[in-house]
Design a protein around this ligand. Structure first.
Ligand SMILES: [Zn+2]
Ligand SMILES: [Zn+2]
Length: 396
């Protein structure tokens, strides 16, 4: 069965094809071009109605949605969140842990493994792997995660987690004792190795880099700065994570482009200085996505820390600081396009190919290219998701 998408602008990583055609056979893309429609042999045409034909989005940092947090640790919760993100255009997802006990992390890994094994389109966005994120955070940069759950990496613990084989992205604060051994183990397992919730200095980042660290979580959020390092070390003032990423071409990072975490000037700065090949859009979304404003738990339903959603973003109690986002990648793509000078291919690349490359799944997903999975979105001219195709099959 060959399905062709036509009457739309095809978004490629480096350009658009006006009035382009994408043809899928089974679950794969078999042709991308802009020849007249009659030259393609196709069983069924899908009309993009003058909108965009886009690759499905890839989210490498996401905690939940539609009432569920991945740390709830059940297949039902995983499916609920994955369905929510699929409706908003995310076709490949990396469920992300928070701080929690080893048993809670194990339950989350087990639930994600079970759902990934089923490999059913009705389970929502396909799991590319797990982002093992909490609990190895610096105590002075916990953000909205519970401090009680934070700890230094314990080899006995993380070896068991890695042995599940589902972890593809691994985070640890670079200054924690044992961080380098953790990074080396994660690199050995071909994970994207990342430093987050950290107050690391340039020297600590440099050591981490040599151990395999190549990415920094949510740029400007819960990370070191010249002023936070001054608090830690006094004078002379010194460089930290920000300078290390900007100065090092091999490093990538990500932004939460929900319009609440970072002002347009910082988004534009990141786009210009880091660029679409090294900058990912992530949601860092919590369970309050597509839910009414109110109080929710971040992390496990039983004992995660409380936050408040106002419908636009999550807040720590008392609204002293932000507590992750309540938006999906479709929103981030629209906002990034509106708030910065990025072209449409650049914005979509940051939400698809770049995260896919960094997470090591770009051979299968991340762009509309021959041989890759037919994860296709139809967007209208305002970049709202009109239809989602997972492996060539229409969802919803
Ligand atoms: Zn975080
Ligand atoms: Zn997060």
């Amino acid at each position: 069965m060959r399905v062709g998408f036509h009457n739309g602008v095809v978004i490629l990583p480096d350009r658009v094809l006006e009035d382009g055609v994408v043809v899928c056979e089974g679950a794969r893309v078999v042709s991308v071009g802009a020849r007249p429609r009659r030259l393609y042999s196709v069983d069924e045409w899908v009309d993009a109605r003058g909108g965009y034909i886009s690759p499905g989005f890839v989210d490498i940092h996401v905690h939940g949605g539609d009432g569920a947090d991945f740390m709830d640790g059940t297949p039902e919760a995983v499916i609920r969140a994955n369905r929510c993100h699929l409706r908003h255009g995310t076709t490949t997802i990396f469920p992300t842990t928070t701080t929690g006990s080893p048993a809670q992390v194990r339950a989350m890994l087990k639930a994600c493994t079970a759902v990934k094994k089923q490999d059913l389109a009705e389970n929502g966005a396909r799991i590319g792997g797990v982002h093992f994120y909490g609990p190895y955070f610096a105590p002075d940069k916990t953000g909205c995660h519970s401090l009680a759950g934070c700890r230094a990496p314990a080899r006995g613990e993380y070896l068991k987690h890695f042995a599940t084989g589902i972890i593809r992205i691994a985070t640890c604060a670079a200054e924690l004792p044992g961080a380098e051994a953790f990074y080396r183990e994660a690199r050995r397992r071909r994970c994207l190795v990342t430093c987050g919730h950290s107050n690391a200095s340039w020297d600590e980042m440099d050591r981490a880099f040599r151990a395999g660290m190549r990415h920094v979580d949510h740029f400007w959020c819960a990370m070191s700065s010249v002023s936070s390092l001054r608090t830690r070390f006094g004078t002379p003032m010194r460089a930290g994570m920000e300078q290390f990423v900007l100065a090092n071409e091999a490093m990538s990072t990500e932004v939460i482009a929900d319009g609440c975490h970072l002002a347009p000037d910082l988004l534009e700065f990141a786009r210009k200085l880091i660029g679409p090949a090294r900058l990912c859009l992530v949601t860092d979304a919590n369970r309050a996505v597509d839910q009414p404003p109110g109080r929710y738990r971040f992390g496990p339903a039983t004992d995660g820390s409380w936050f408040e959603s106002d419908g636009e973003v999550g807040w720590m109690p008392g609204r002293s600081s932000l507590a992750s986002s309540v938006r999906c990648l479709d929103f981030m793509v629209r906002h990034m396009k509106e708030a910065t000078g990025a072209s449409l291919p650049e914005v979509v690349r940051m939400a698809s190919l770049t995260p896919a490359e960094r997470a090591g799944v770009a051979k299968q997903v991340g762009s509309l290219e021959v041989g890759k999975r037919a994860d296709v979105l139809l967007l209208n001219r305002r970049l709202q998701v009109r239809a989602v195709f997972l492996g060539g099959k229409r969802q919803g």
